[in-house]
Design a protein around this ligand. Structure first.
Ligand SMILES: [Zn+2]
Length: 175
């Protein structure tokens, strides 16, 4: 295998659609190494199945090309929308549910957040990627998974305001 040889550049491939999810963006939006494509496919499939999608009703995922760091060598990908809705809008919906739940308090709050966790595809995608994904962790750096929920859901809860703001509307992963 070319990508197993030291010093050889792995060819880049597009992130494939799975059976329970479909990539809605153009192939050029996520040109990545075969290893990252496989990992994304695996995790997106786990997410989609867990959220109740299947081959008859797949969920759409939308990537946009990144520029810096791992993106330059195809080792990173950015997801901007899931189920046709932007990650920033999923996060706004999540924050609103949290605000209402805090206002209500008690068992009402618990019920509301349970419903939100079941149906908020942005939160579900992020937490599935955090729990299931094997992402890069360069020496001295945090695990390379950043998005709107990084500060509350990890893995790097100490994310700076600047980096959190930079990932307010997408999920970045590298492998
Ligand atoms: Zn990125």
């Amino acid at each position: 295998m070319a990508d197993g040889r030291p010093g050889s550049e792995p060819r880049l491939v597009t992130v494939p659609s799975g059976s329970a999810y479909q990539v809605a963006s153009s192939p050029s939006a996520a040109m990545v190494t075969p290893a990252l494509a496989r990992e994304l496919r695996r995790v997106l499939e786990v997410f989609a199945r867990g959220a109740g999608f299947d081959e008859r009703r797949p969920v759409s995922a939308f990537f946009k090309p990144g520029i810096f760091g791992h993106h330059q060598v195809g080792r990173a990908a950015d997801i901007y929308a899931i189920g046709g809705i932007g990650l920033d809008r999923w996060k706004a919906r999540w924050d609103e549910a949290l605000r209402k739940a805090r206002e209500a308090g008690g068992s009402v709050a618990e019920g509301e957040m349970r419903a939100e966790r079941a149906t908020n595809l942005g939160w579900r995608l992020y937490t599935t990627m955090a729990a299931e994904g094997r992402w890069a962790q360069p020496y001295g750096y945090p695990v390379q998974l950043f998005g709107p929920w990084t500060r509350t859901e990890g893995p790097w809860r100490y994310i700076s305001d600047r980096l959190l703001h930079a990932h307010r509307d997408h999920i970045h992963v590298a492998k």
